[in-house]
Design a protein around this ligand. Structure first.
Ligand code: SF4
Length: 150
């Protein structure tokens, strides 16, 4: 499975917030990937800086592998492809992980856990609340068994 680093954080924080992963109007595969990932932390993944398994089926995925969506919450609305690439470059750097590394979900979450709190300052999407993101990540890591409940 190939995944963008921030897409995994979206899944973990959503899981921590009790979100149900259901088919999305975009047609992407988040509802298929999330349960697979959450039910088997020993799954090996390749951390990529490109379209990933979640993008599969998305109406915004172009034949050249680029995303044509925009961040509609901002005016003017920047390209999501450019936004995602910068965000994931920042995460690769912050977590000291090489692009295209192959590791288990568990190992990735253990690395992330060492940066919680902190990572929410880099990886909270525009106009979303950093504290909610942080709480979602903490709860998701606890529910996954990667973080101890204090
Ligand atoms: S990054 Fe773009 S192509 Fe991938 S799921 Fe999101 S909107 Fe679709």
């Amino acid at each position: 499975m190939q995944l963008r680093p921030h897409h995994i954080l979206d899944i973990i924080s959503g899981y921590g917030q009790g979100i149900k992963f259901q088919p999305h109007p975009y047609g992407h595969s988040l509802h298929i990937v999330a349960p697979k990932l959450l039910s088997n932390l020993d799954l090996k993944i390749k951390l990529v800086l490109s379209a990933d398994d979640i993008c599969e089926g998305c109406k915004h995925l172009m034949p050249d592998g680029k995303c044509k969506d925009v961040l509609a919450q901002l005016k003017p609305s920047p390209s999501k492809q450019a936004y995602n690439d910068v965000l994931d470059c920042r995460l690769f750097d912050y977590l000291s992980i090489e692009i295209n590394s192959v590791i288990t979900i568990r190992k990735y979450l253990e690395i992330v856990n060492k940066k919680v709190p902190g990572i929410e300052k880099i990886c909270t999407h525009p106009k979303r609340n950093q504290e909610e993101r942080l709480n979602g990540l903490i709860n998701g890591l606890i529910k996954s068994g990667v973080r101890e409940q204090i």
